[in-house]
Design a protein around this ligand. Structure first.
Ligand code: SF4
Length: 396
């Protein structure tokens, strides 16, 4: 019933990690870093009497500092990085005849669904890790070194609208030498619980700003929290490549909104892009059938498992109703409008980090740290599966 619809990975059975996060904060030997996903800032306020969509970014930052987190960073930073890496991947496939459509890969429920039910499409999935996992990789392997720590001394906590993100953080490919890139994942509701436990009066907090360098994101990163947001961000990024000099257009309305399946066609610099945006795995199944039968063709497809995208995730406050989701969606697009930057490539913190740590975007170094590989996955139990000569490699 409801549980399956809200949490397609079954991660609702994963226990809360609130106690472990408290322990890490109290451990003087650890530097505890936290990242906050886009959809959290327009929803957590509902736990404290605000309306869905009312911005609470500054209060979240202030609350996290009061709780004792050492560095308060923003998943927007790696959302911009994801857009750049995924945009370059799409450009490459368009120009070199690579596998199309390119499917987005930042929703762990969708990735797992593809592994289990459509393993013949694994090469269509973007190889980009999700913003959560890019963030964990940066913090453990690069940021830690800059602050003179080894990865085990840094604890990376995420605040996510999503229960599936707990499952994603546990995937063995996102662990190096026994140290996970992301140690603990809190849902929006679990963070609200911690704030209440600590006796912090959320609504009276003076807004504060994220720490840098990993605290800066563009408007294109904010809209990752809404269905269509990843696609729109990628189009904003690649349009500057397809039509250099023409930077006027940043709003691509046809990919926005709550519809289960959205289709859009944009012609930029002589290249026509056929795009689809899906929320809900049942809708994804319908679209895949149309693609496989040859009835539909797209260059890129965004899939999010939750209604309306991550703003409707299983870790968001109740009621997670259509009205709440609409309010949160409006809040995210209002945040994008209020930002000065609307394209990921204008976020100099991100472009500088790519330069400093990897020698630029979309190369062997970023592939090592920010991308991943996919394998077929059995559905429930039984023998390991093999599809198109590719064997399951995940422990179940
Ligand atoms: Fe998580 Fe977002 Fe996917 Fe829902 S749509 S499962 S919240 S990543």
């Amino acid at each position: 019933g409801q549980c399956v619809a809200v949490c397609p990975t079954g991660a609702l059975t994963v226990k809360s990690e609130v106690d472990k996060v408290w322990e890490a904060i109290q451990d003087p030997g650890k530097v505890v870093v936290v990242q906050v996903a886009p959809a959290v800032r327009v929803a957590i306020g509902e736990e404290f009497g605000l309306l869905p969509g009312e911005k609470a970014t500054g209060q979240i930052v202030a609350a996290l500092r009061k709780l004792g987190f050492d560095r308060v960073f923003d998943t927007l930073f790696t959302a911009d990085m994801t857009t750049i890496e995924e945009g370059m991947e799409l450009l490459g496939r368009l120009q070199n005849g690579g596998k199309l459509p390119l499917f987005t890969s930042c929703c762990p429920a969708w990735v797992k669904y593809t592994e289990q039910f459509h393993a013949d499409l694994l090469d269509n999935l973007s190889t980009c890790r999700s913003p959560q996992q890019m963030f964990g990789s940066l913090v453990k392997k690069y940021y830690a070194r800059e602050i003179g720590k080894n990865p085990a001394e840094v604890v990376c906590v995420s605040v996510m609208p999503c229960t599936g993100k707990k499952f994603e953080a546990r995937r063995p490919e996102f662990t190096t030498g026994g140290v996970p890139d992301v140690d603990f994942v809190l849902t929006t509701v679990e963070l609200a619980q911690m704030i209440k436990e600590a006796g912090i009066v959320f609504n009276e907090l003076e807004p504060e700003v994220f720490d840098n360098p990993l605290g800066m994101g563009s408007g294109a990163a904010v809209i990752y929290g809404a269905s269509g947001g990843v696609m729109e961000s990628v189009v904003r990024f690649i349009s500057a490549h397809l039509s250099p000099g023409d930077v006027s257009r940043v709003d691509f309305y046809p990919v926005r909104g709550m519809l289960g399946i959205k289709e859009a066609e944009f012609t930029i610099g002589g290249q026509t892009l056929r795009l689809a945006v899906v929320n809900g795995l049942a809708n994804a199944e319908k679209l895949i059938n149309r693609i496989k039968s040859g009835e539909a063709f797209y260059h890129a497809v965004e899939v999010m498992a939750c209604p309306g995208g991550c703003l409707g995730g299983g870790g968001q406050p109740y009621p997670n109703s259509t009205a709440s989701r609409l309010g949160r969606m409006k809040g995210l697009y209002a945040l994008d409008r209020a930002e000065q930057l609307h394209r990921p490539q204008d976020n100099i913190f991100v472009t500088r980090a790519l330069e400093r740590w990897f020698g630029g975007p979309a190369n062997a170094n970023t592939h090592q740290a920010l991308h991943t590989r996919y394998y077929p996955r059995r559905r429930i139990s039984g023998k390991p599966v093999e599809v198109n000569g590719r064997r399951e490699e995940h422990p179940v």
